[in-house]
Design a binder for this molecule. Structure first.
Ligand code: PMP
Length: 424
């Protein structure tokens, strides 16, 4: 085999998530072998600028030896232990303390998970149990937004605002309802029609991610937070993407905007993806009924790898690295750079709009949405690794270490790809 053919492995064994495997069987897989900074390399040692930081997670860039060292050291000492009951590795406790220190709400407790979908499932169950413990078991309804992505466990699937993601799985978790992603009035109206005494929680991504990178309208997040407070509904910020710096300038979007969420669902950037781990940051109001001495309240929920010690060691090293290299400001710089360099692409005939300007994320909405997947594959010829998201948009969510020059390089390659598409 030669050239691009060398990358094609027909009838592979790997079942890729979120993929048309019939198509992958024909076009082949892109098999990666290593990464360094903002680049990844395939089996033929072709280099790609990683425009998405994997799936919005390699926030500190690839190939960070100190994160590998942290994992190796911890694995030699104590790789993992249960955190059920009263057990805990020292490193897991240290990470919980560290997260309390940066959480949007002081005094938060930290419930560890293995990823974002776990964090959402945990928050959904915690919200309903919270109201049971408050003597209000009828408050069960979970609200989410159109375009929302909250992971793919059953709770997250039921909360999904991307229509296709809900289909074909039978009856989903009952007692959920959806509001318009960009309208606080829609939230208010839905609460009033369902009845505030029935609603447990509202789930909200500060910036909609997988749904296509939609930025919140001016004042929207403060408004929906206020509506939840007024109606005694828990506000759950899904910061799986925006958390640990991607919002820019602060650890969490919720802190930057003063939202004081009742729970924050997190994952991805906690370890920059070097180990699978998530965490729910739970504000005092919500944890209080579960921590009463002599009340005998058990939250019968948790995962084998909740608080996995090696993952926790990686997370601590990752947070140290972000601090030491000033990467919260780095993300803010990348956000500005993306906004500046990508905005002109909005004028291109093949582009409807470019969404950017908040956080180190952007989307290029193509004029012909079904071509987005093809575009994401073709742009590899220009040395760019990216993917389609939302309804025909190209996702941009680089590591916080991407230089301004590399953002320019990315913009130029995207333009070249769009020109080619137009010529074809
Ligand atoms: N919530 C949001 C906002 C996400 O972007 C994601 C993942 N893209 C999830 C939840 C689910 O996380 P995971 O894939 O780690 O389960």
């Amino acid at each position: 085999m030669s050239g691009a053919g060398a990358r094609v492995r027909s009838m592979g064994t790997l079942w890729h998530p979120f993929s048309d495997m019939g198509a992958v069987e024909q076009t082949g897989e892109l098999i990666l072998t290593r990464g360094e900074g903002v680049h990844v390399y395939d089996r033929d040692d072709r280099r790609y600028l990683d425009a998405t930081a994997g799936l919005w997670f390699t926030n500190v860039g690839h190939g960070r030896g100190e994160l590998a060292d942290a994992a190796a050291e911890q694995m030699r000492r104590l790789a993992a232990y249960s955190t059920f009951g009263d057990y805990a590795p020292d490193t897991t406790v240290a990470l919980a303390d560290r997260l309390e220190g940066i959480a949007p709400v002081a005094g938060s407790k930290i419930f560890f998970t293995s990823g974002g979908s776990d964090s959402i499932d945990t928050a959904a169950k915690m919200a309903r149990r919270y109201w049971v413990e408050q003597g209000r078991p009828d408050k069960t309804v979970l609200l989410s937004r159109s375009k929302a992505y909250h992971g793919m466990h059953y709770a997250g699937t039921a909360l999904a605002g991307i229509p296709g993601n809900r289909e074909g799985y039978g009856e989903l978790v009952p007692d959920t309802a959806q509001v318009e992603w960009d309208s606080a009035e829609s939230l208010r109206a839905t609460i009033e029609s369902v009845g505030a005494d029935r609603v447990a929680a509202f789930f909200c991504e500060p910036i909609i991610g997988a749904g296509g990178v939609y930025l919140p309208p001016e004042g929207y997040l403060a408004d929906v937070r206020k509506i939840c407070t007024e109606h005694d509904i828990l506000f759950v910020a899904d910061e799986v993407i925006t958390g640990y710096g991607r919002f820019g300038g602060s650890w969490f979007a919720s802190s930057a905007l003063g939202l004081e969420p009742d729970m924050v669902a997190t994952a991805k950037g906690l370890t920059s993806g070097y180990a699978p781990m998530g965490a729910v940051l739970v504000a005092p109001r919500v944890w209080e009924p579960f921590f009463r001495p002599d009340a005998g309240v058990w939250f019968r929920h948790g995962y084998t790898y909740s608080g996995h010690a090696a993952a926790a060691a990686v997370a601590l090293a990752n947070l140290d690295l972000i601090e030491r290299e000033g990467l919260l400001d780095g993300a803010a710089r990348v956000a500005e750079s993306l906004h500046r360099e990508l905005a002109p692409l909005a004028e291109h005939d093949r582009v409807v709009e470019v969404r950017s300007g908040l956080g180190a994320v952007a989307a290029i909405q193509l004029a012909d949405p079904p071509t987005a997947m093809r575009f994401a594959v073709d742009i590899r010829r220009h040395g760019i690794a990216t993917r389609a998201c939302g309804a025909g948009a190209i996702q941009i969510s680089p590591a916080f270490v991407m230089s301004d020059e590399q953002v320019q390089e990315l913009a130029a390659a995207l333009r070249a790809g769009l020109d080619e598409m137009e010529a074809a």
